[in-house]
Design a protein around this ligand. Sequence first.
Ligand code: PMP
Length: 333
Amino acid sequence: CEYKLDANESPWDLPEKIKIELSQLIMEGFNANRYPDSNAIELRKDIAQYCDVGPENILVGSGSDELIHIITNAFIGKGDAVLCPTPSFGMYKIFTKISGGIPVEIPLDENYNYQIDLILEAVKNHKPKLIFLCTPNNPTGNSMPTSDIMRILDSFSGIVVIDEAYTEFANESMAKNILDYSNGIVLRTFSKAMGLAGLRIGYSVCNKELASQLYRVKPPYNINTFSQKAASICLKNLDIIHQRILYIKEQRENLMALLNQIDGVQTYPTEANFILIRVADGDKVFNALLERGILVRNFSDHPMLKNCLRITVGDEKANNALYKVLKEVVSLI
Ligand code: PMP
């Protein structure tokens, strides 16, 4: 299909300047024959600087997916309850189950806001080992206020994982404040705002003691040499990355305004690089978009996301195409 707006990726390949730096590195001696640095020392230093924390607070994973797995492996055993928001990112439940745990779904309210009272009640009733929070939440786009996150961190003694995969498109982050807590882990990724989804790099930010518990279950060579270097080079070219983030945020507002003009499309507020919409018949609209070359993500079969589609914000051309086609399709159905 011509427009791929289904996976919340960046619309662009690596910037030319970063490609050139990477190819120089390969030509000058890349040591592909050697194992990668199992501690990713250089990359962790660069990430630490980006997040204004210390390298000892950073652990790097093959995507934040792997970090979710590392976390459930480290802390979840057979029969342990894990609170998972719903609707949210599906891997929390999957990795909880793989580790032998029992996911307890905590529903968001009808506007997809977190219900903090339900979370605190479930803490009492289920005595979970761990709570996943996702902010901005995938696939709904809304953020959880920092004050609510802190309330949970303060009133729960187990582990709280705050997945900030889309944080660069949002206004608040817990990455620095998390070090004030003994039980909080922030997850981040290079897959979204940094545009490196294909290179598989995510990281966690937490205090040193928690990090050392995660280290115990981390596979030694989980990030290859190329990915470590590419991520470091990205962080040394933050001006280019920041321009791209700014562009996507502007496009998000433009696309939101366009979508709000279409009769039969309901939008939900977002702080991420995607917009959740509700239409009269999600399956039909999804298929009609696909037939016209536009792939979005269909959540119609999720009980809390009936007739909902998630659209990744693309470049101007893609967003305009989506708007035109969606407007036509919705009027036909
Ligand atoms: N968390 C959230 C909320 C996501 O949406 C995604 C990707 N869809 C991930 C984690 C995993 O991303 P990655 O493994 O590429 O870092």
